[in-house]
Design a protein around this ligand. Structure first.
Ligand code: SAM
Length: 235
């Protein structure tokens, strides 16, 4: 079992300073990056690099996202705006290592939240489940009870737990109406999807807001490079 040492905590502080300089301002997001031990989510061979602002391989040709990317997507989710709601329901598509999922749970720990995260690869799903369990055992500070992990194809969302207030997609999504059909259906009015949209090589981060059953507003942000979305609606 890995440990979270003062050295790791110091490296996390430096990482937070770095992503602040890159433009991340949201206090909740920065605090979550400071709190969640990213090295627990990586193979021990890479763990000495865990606080570099880089993506790393997690097997199955997939990556743990760069911390700046995790912070960027989480900031766009505007999780603090739903204060008046009793429960916030989030769907994450692409659990990967479970790091982003843990960041979401940390931000939502003082409210009633239901976070569903779906992963295509069974090996990664099992590994993320184990990692989150290990961290919960390591310290009472980490409360991941709001998280429900699922193994399956999230390219059509996850109807069982819909409707969602927020959908976060952590894989590159093709720019076609078909890709979004089920996601829009599974979103509450006022709900939002954060998703990198484009081709296999380059994407633009987009935020879609469901204004009413027929109206979706699109906002576009910076360019990114994600691994491609798999499954029925993927590449
Ligand atoms: N945010 C994650 C983290 O912090 O570790 C990294 C996510 S990684 C960039 C993208 C993940 O999406 C991969 O684990 C991949 O297997 C998963 N994925 C791709 N297509 C998927 C699909 N259709 N359904 C569920 N997961 C999918």
């Amino acid at each position: 079992m890995q440990k979270d040492t003062y050295k790791h905590q110091g490296l996390r502080r430096q990482l937070v300073d770095e992503i602040m300089e890159m433009g991340i301002k949201n206090e909740q997001v920065l605090n979550a990056i400071l709190t969640i031990p990213r090295h627990f989510f990586m193979d021990s061979a890479f763990s000495q690099h865990a606080y570099q602002n880089k993506a790393f391989s997690i097997g199955e040709g997939q990556t743990i996202s760069q911390p700046y990317t995790v912070a960027y997507q989480t900031q766009l989710l505007n999780l603090e705006e739903n204060k008046e709601k009793d429960t916030i329901k989030i769907l994450e598509i692409g659990t990967g290592s479970g790091y982003q999922t843990a960041i979401l749970a940390e931000i939502c720990k003082n409210k009633s939240a239901q976070i569903t995260s779906i992963e295509f690869h069974q090996n990664l799903y099992l590994k993320a489940k184990q990692t989150l369990e290990n961290i919960s055992k390591y310290s009472d500070n980490f409360d991941f009870q709001s998280i429900g992990l699922v193994c399956g194809d999230g390219s059509k969302g996850y109807f069982k737990n819909a409707l969602y207030d927020k959908i976060l997609v952590t894989a590159a999504t093709p720019n076609s109406i078909q890709s979004f059909k089920e996601w829009f259906e599974q979103l509450n009015i006022g709900g939002q999807i954060i998703v990198p949209v484009g081709n296999r090589k380059n994407q633009i981060m987009c935020r879609y807001t469901k204004k009413d059953e027929k109206t979706i507003q699109q906002e576009t942000f910076e360019g990114f490079r994600f691994v491609p979305l798999l499954g029925e609606r993927g590449f």
